[in-house]
Design a protein around this ligand. Structure first.
Ligand SMILES: C[S@@+](CC[C@H](N)C(=O)[O-])C[C@H]1O[C@@H](n2cnc3c(N)ncnc32)[C@H](O)[C@@H]1O
Length: 240
């Protein structure tokens, strides 16, 4: 029997999925990861949220005081859908938001109710050549919830090939000292030991695990606990 595994690393898989799926939260929402997020992120941070899908995370960051968030996905339909939802969300919270594209001249200090949130269509594997995203960089925080997992699904032919390429892209979008927060199904994201290309940065990684919410683990007795993994990768200055 031939088993056709899902190809989470293929764009066509996501495009087809989003034709039917309007909202889905992978792993868990802001509350599930709250203690870790609030330990490593400040509301004044400029945040790049990769592989946003239809997750509420971009909205939850706004609700918790973040005012500069760029949400990125390579599926245009998702970006259009989330842009529409953002209008409603900002109106409900009384936040001023204009869905204009960022420019490098955009001021960095904004009144409290003035929101710099963007929903952008881009491929994370080539984002450093996207003029809209590079105009917004550098970021204090890059966060992804299971985007890295989908990229790593393509690493069967050569271990960590996708992770290496993604790390190169993320490193170039971050400020020195900035953090890449990877929220993942996996505890195996060996950023410190990846082979480097010229210009790649070095990472100091702190790891946490989070007990999956009850509904995930509340299966028949004697089922082991399920944990999710947060890899907090700090971009080191080149001399460190
Ligand atoms: C597993 S879903 C996670 C969605 C969301 N972060 C969540 O936690 O619910 C992966 C998302 O990453 C997007 N994605 C996968 N590869 C990508 C890439 N190379 N560039 C941009 N987005 C990508 C997919 O379209 C999908 O929305």
């Amino acid at each position: 029997m031939t088993v056709h595994a899902r190809r989470y690393d293929e764009k066509s898989y996501w495009e087809q999925r989003f034709e039917k799926e309007s909202q889905f939260e992978w792993l868990g929402d802001y509350q599930v990861f709250r203690s870790i997020l609030e330990r490593y992120m400040q509301p004044t941070d400029k945040v790049l949220h990769l592989g946003c899908g239809t997750s509420r995370l971009g909205f939850d960051l706004l609700a918790h005081g973040f005012r500069q968030v760029a949400n990125v996905d390579y599926c245009q339909s998702v970006v259009d859908r989330m842009t529409g939802r953002c209008r409603t969300f900002c109106d409900q919270l009384g936040l001023r938001w204009e869905p204009t594209l960022p420019t490098s001249e955009a001021p960095t200090n904004h009144p409290e109710n003035d929101v710099q949130i963007h929903w952008l269509t881009a491929d994370c594997m080539t984002m450093t050549s996207d003029p809209t995203l590079t105009a917004l960089a550098p970021f204090d925080i890059v966060i992804d919830k299971t985007l890295t997992d989908t990229i790593c699904c393509g690493d069967e032919s050569e271990p960590d090939l996708g992770l290496r390429a993604l790390a190169g892209q993320v490193g170039r979008m971050l400020k020195p000292g900035g953090r890449w927060i990877i929220i993942s199904y996996s505890d195996d994201r060996p950023l410190e030991t990846l082979p480097k290309q010229p210009g790649d940065c070095h990472w100091k990684v702190t790891r946490h695990r989070v007990l999956a919410p009850k509904e995930v683990t509340d299966r028949p007795m004697f089922t082991p606990d399920v944990y999710y993994h947060c890899h907090i990768a700090q971009k080191l200055a080149s001399s460190e």
